[in-house]
Design a protein around this ligand. Sequence first.
Ligand code: SF4
Ligand code: SF4
Length: 192
Amino acid sequence: MVEIKFLAQVDTEKCTGCGKCANVCPTQAIQVKDKKAQVEDPQCLACPNCVDICPEEAIRKIPRVEPLVFGVDYREVDQTELVELCRKAHLHPQQWLCLCTATRVRDGAAAVLKGAKTPEEIALMTGIRSGCSAYCLMTSMRLLEAYGVELEQPKGYRWYKTTQTLWNVSEEMIKKYPGYFLEEDKDVFRPF
Ligand code: SF4
Ligand code: SF4
């Protein structure tokens, strides 16, 4: 379970409505209306993004009256499907999905099997992306791609493409450079 104890608050006197905060919010919790940013309370995971990017220093984090609690119980989904999804994504179910919240890949996979279609929806089911908000993005996108979800780039710069991994290296290159032990690295994941 992930507890969110803070909430972003906008100082409307300072806000110029530039929209930079909305572009980096990992849950699309910010809308700019009438040139002022507004935070949707139940969607704010209190990550550092909007506070860090605001050029006017118009956002601060305030304590919530009651913490928001997130979490997906991976045992509630079909375990064969869960393992198969992780295998297709080349992720081990027990490896970390989000280091900041100590969430494992199996929890993100369960969120996808329960219907999450975007990294934002995975975040709002599991509480990931409430810390650095970057490490878990790639892993979430890999799970979604492996499940056959066609990811559409949202407006702004909220997402990035998935980066290259060992699994994208061609067999030809692996054979050409045996000293990098890429085939052996793949074997680490194969048994599960
Ligand atoms: S980044 Fe700051 S100034 Fe720009 S819309 Fe957000 S709160 Fe307002
Ligand atoms: S989730 Fe992060 S970026 Fe979005 S409103 Fe809350 S603190 Fe700001």
